[in-house]
Design a protein around this ligand. Sequence first.
Ligand SMILES: [Ca+2]
Ligand SMILES: [Ca+2]
Length: 259
Amino acid sequence: MRKKNTYIKLILIIVIFFTFMFIVFGLPHMRQKNYSSTIIVSNEAIWNYREGKWENINSNASIQNLNWKKYKVFVNNSELGDYYLWKDDNWYVFDDKKVAVNIDGDLLAYQSNFDLKVYNFSGEEITDRTYVDEMLSEHQLSTNSRFTSSAKVSFDFDHDGIREDFYLISNVFPDDFIPDNIFSLVFMVKNGEIYPIYTDISLNKGFNGCKPYFRSFLDVDNDNISEFILSCSRYSTAGVVDMLYKFENGEFKIVISNQ
Ligand SMILES: [Ca+2]
Ligand SMILES: [Ca+2]
C-alpha cells in the first residue's frame, strides 16, 4: 500500500512537472507559431511571416493577391489608419469608399492576426561622441572623420524600462570632402556595451556604399521585444535595401532583407 502511494505521488509530480513546462515553454511557442503577418515596406519590400518563417513576396501573382485588402497604414512612421492598398509600380492607398488617398511620405503597412505594434521614435543629434569615437577607432577610422549622415535614436527596444541608444554614422556620398574610406556604422549601446548592427567599410570609389537610416521600430512576433527595419539607399536609382533586424542571443541578426 505504501509502495502504491509512493508511485501515485511520483506520477503526480511528473504530470505536474510536464504541465508546468508546457505552460511556461510550450504554449508561448505554439502561440508564436500561429502568428502571421504581411508587412509592406514602401514600394521596395513585401515580407510574409507564417509559422515562424519569413519570406519575400516578389511574384506578380502573389502581389495581386494582396491588392484590395485592408491594411494598417503608417506614413513617415505615424499611423494613418485602416486603408485598402493596391499596387501597380507603386502602392496606392484607398479609403472605405475606394477613393484614392494621397500620401506624402514613407509608407509602411501591415496585415496580421495579432496586435503588431509599430512604435514612435525620433532621431536626435549625437552630442556625446564617446561611443562613436570608440567604434571609429575599433575600425581603424579617424575620429576626425566627417559624416554625411549621423543620428542617435533612444528607444527602450527590450521594454525593461531603460532606453537603449542606437547610433548611426555614415560618410556615404560625400560631396565636399574626399575620404579614403567609405563607411557606415550602426550600433546599439546598452549598459555601456556596444552591440554592432550594421558595419560596412570599403575604399572610396566615388559613389559606392549604402546610406543607412532607421525606418521603423516594431514588434513583428509579439514577444514584447522590438525588431526594427534598417534601410539603406544606394546611389541614384540603384535602389534601397530593407533589412529587418532581431536581437537574439545577445546579438543583432537580419531575419529578412529584400536584397
Ligand atoms: Ca531597455
Ligand atoms: Ca519581437
